[in-house]
Design a protein around this ligand. Sequence first.
Ligand SMILES: C[S@@+](CC[C@H](N)C(=O)[O-])C[C@H]1O[C@@H](n2cnc3c(N)ncnc32)[C@H](O)[C@@H]1O
Length: 216
Amino acid sequence: MEDSIEVILQDAGRVFPLSTPHPILSACTGALLAGLYGVWSLFAMPGCRKIPWRLKVPYLPSSKDQTLNVMKLLEGRTGHLADLGSGDGRLVFAASSAGFQCTGFEINSILVAYARSKALWTGVPPNQATFVKKDFWKTDLSSYNNVTAFLAPGVMELLGEKLLKELPDDARVIACRFPFPNWPHQSSAGSSLNETFAYDISAVRSHLRNAPNTAA
Ligand SMILES: C[S@@+](CC[C@H](N)C(=O)[O-])C[C@H]1O[C@@H](n2cnc3c(N)ncnc32)[C@H](O)[C@@H]1O
């Protein structure tokens, strides 16, 4: 005869005791997790505390493929490049070796120190790669004709507005993984998590001028 559902649940309770966890144990686990998060955020996001919650972007390094995709979309370009949130500097180093004069803006002082020391020990001259500990939202980007950004989906619309206000008409913007909403891209490279998008500011401006209900 088949067991009733009550018998099956009783048996399961014997094998996997279904008692509620002890409240002190729960409180200790909660406190431990909160502490670990605090220590992690101290190292992963120092400086980020001054940034409004909705604009916070954690550190996540670009993959090798992503970096190659960025470089592919910068082919034929020259001049000044800003990497917004430069992390350990990998995009800046790749672009500087292709001849760009690069500035990496980074809010995390540990990552800035790491990128600066890497530039020193690999002999990259400061006019090719500079790392600035600065909030890019508070930085005028009008002197850059190339901009790269690997950030987060929630900040792309606001970033688009800032770049449209500040960048020169001949600027190109490369967005890693997260495209700008409502901007037409000129080209893209890679797929899935490594997909990277290139936007020419003059084309974006004329698209938005001609699109109904949008302001360029
Ligand atoms: C997803 S990581 C990308 C790092 C690097 N560009 C790369 O591709 O490996 C984003 C970086 O942006 C930095 N960041 C976030 N908000 C920033 C801000 N307002 N100003 C400067 N850096 C910021 C974070 O600290 C983090 O290092």
